[in-house]
Ligand binder design. Structure first.
Ligand code: ZN
Length: 274
C-alpha cells in the first residue's frame, strides 16, 4: 500500500466530472476549492473556442494536465481514416493552444470489424499522427477502455495491448493512461504497470459501482464501489509516476447534484479512498 494522500497538491479535476459547469465556472470553482490542476474535455472548450479557453485557463492559474480526447482511428474506408486523422490534428492544435502537454486517446472501434484489424488501424493512425504531435510538443496517451466498450469505442481493452502499441511505435511522444475504471479487473495489471514504467502519462480515478446501472454514465465517486484504488496508485507510483491523480467521474447521478457540494465530496473521497 502506498502512503496515504496528505493534501490536494496532486489532485486534478476532469471537467466532465462537473459536466454541467461551463469551463469558466469550472476553473473558478476548482481554484476556489484549492484544486491545483485540470484536465479539459473538448466539449467544454467548444463554446469558447481554443483561444478564449486558453485565456480562461491561463488566468485561472490551474495546471492543465491533459486534453480529452482524440482517437477513433479505425474506419471502414481509407477516406474515413483520413478524416479521423484530420480531426486528430485539430485536437492536437487545441491541446497546443490551451497548453495541454498530453492528448488522451480513446482509440476507437467499428462494430463488425475484427478487433485485431482495428488495432492495426489504430497503430497506423497514431504512427501517422506522431510527427505532427511531436512538432507541437504534445504527447499522445493511449487509454485502454474496459472490454464492455470493445464493440464501438475502443479495440484497445487492456494495458498490455496499450503497451504493445507503445512498444511498436517506439517514441517518447506516445504513452499510456491508466484509468482504474477500465483496468482494475485485469489479472495482469500490476505486471503491465511495471512494464509501462515511464510511459505512464496519466492516472484516472473513479469507482466501479455494483451493480453498474449504465455502461457510460454510472461511474462512482471514489469509495462508492469496489476498485482497490490505493493499491493501484501504489503500483503506478512504484513505476515512477509522479504527476497528478485525475478525478474523472461520468455520472448522471452526480451531475444532477449540487456541483459545489459534489466537489467538496470529491476532495474528501480523494483524501480518504485514493
Ligand atoms: Zn479516463
Amino acid at each position: 500500500m502506498p502512503r496515504p494522500i496528505a493534501d490536494l497538491s496532486r489532485l486534478c479535476m476532469h471537467t466532465m466530472t462537473t459536466k454541467p459547469w461551463p469551463l469558466a465556472q469550472a476553473v473558478r470553482e476548482y481554484a476556489k476549492a484549492g484544486i491545483p490542476a485540470i484536465t479539459v474535455w473538448r466539449r467544454h472548450i467548444e463554446p469558447y473556442g481554443p483561444e478564449e479557453a486558453a485565456r480562461i485557463l491561463h488566468e485561472s492559474g490551474l495546471e492543465v494536465v491533459s486534453l480529452c480526447r482524440g482517437g477513433f482511428f479505425p474506419a471502414e474506408t481509407a477516406e474515413g481514416r483520413r478524416i479521423a486523422l484530420d480531426k486528430n490534428r485539430r485536437v492536437l492544435d487545441e491541446a497546443a493552444a490551451i497548453g495541454a502537454p498530453v492528448v488522451v486517446l480513446v482509440c476507437g472501434a467499428v462494430p463488425g470489424m475484427p478487433l485485431d484489424e482495428a488495432r492495426q488501424q489504430i497503430l497506423d493512425g497514431i504512427g501517422s499522427l506522431l510527427p505532427y504531435a511531436e512538432s507541437l510538443g504534445v504527447k499522445l496517451s493511449i487509454e485502454p477502455l474496459h472490454p464492455m466498450y470493445a464493440g464501438d469505442r475502443s479495440a484497445v481493452n487492456t494495458l498490455r495491448q496499450a503497451n504493445d502499441l507503445v512498444d511498436a511505435l517506439g517514441s517518447p511522444w506516445v504513452g499510456v493512461t491508466v484509468d482504474v475504471y477500465h483496468v482494475w479487473w485485469d489479472p495482469e495489471l500490476e505486471r503491465q504497470i511495471v512494464r509501462a514504467g515511464s510511459s505512464i502519462f496519466s492516472f484516472h480515478v473513479c469507482d466501479w459501482r455494483t451493480p453498474t446501472r449504465d455502461l457510460l454514465n454510472d461511474r462512482g465517486l471514489m469509495g462508492e464501489g469496489c476498485i482497490p484504488i490505493p493499491r493501484i496508485r501504489g503500483w503506478v507510483e512504484a513505476a515512477g509516476f509522479r504527476s497528478c491523480t485525475e478525478v474523472e467521474i461520468f455520472s448522471t447521478e452526480h451531475w444532477t447534484r449540487n456541483q459545489t457540494a459534489f466537489v467538496t465530496a470529491i476532495k474528501e473521497a480523494y483524501l480518504r479512498f485514493c
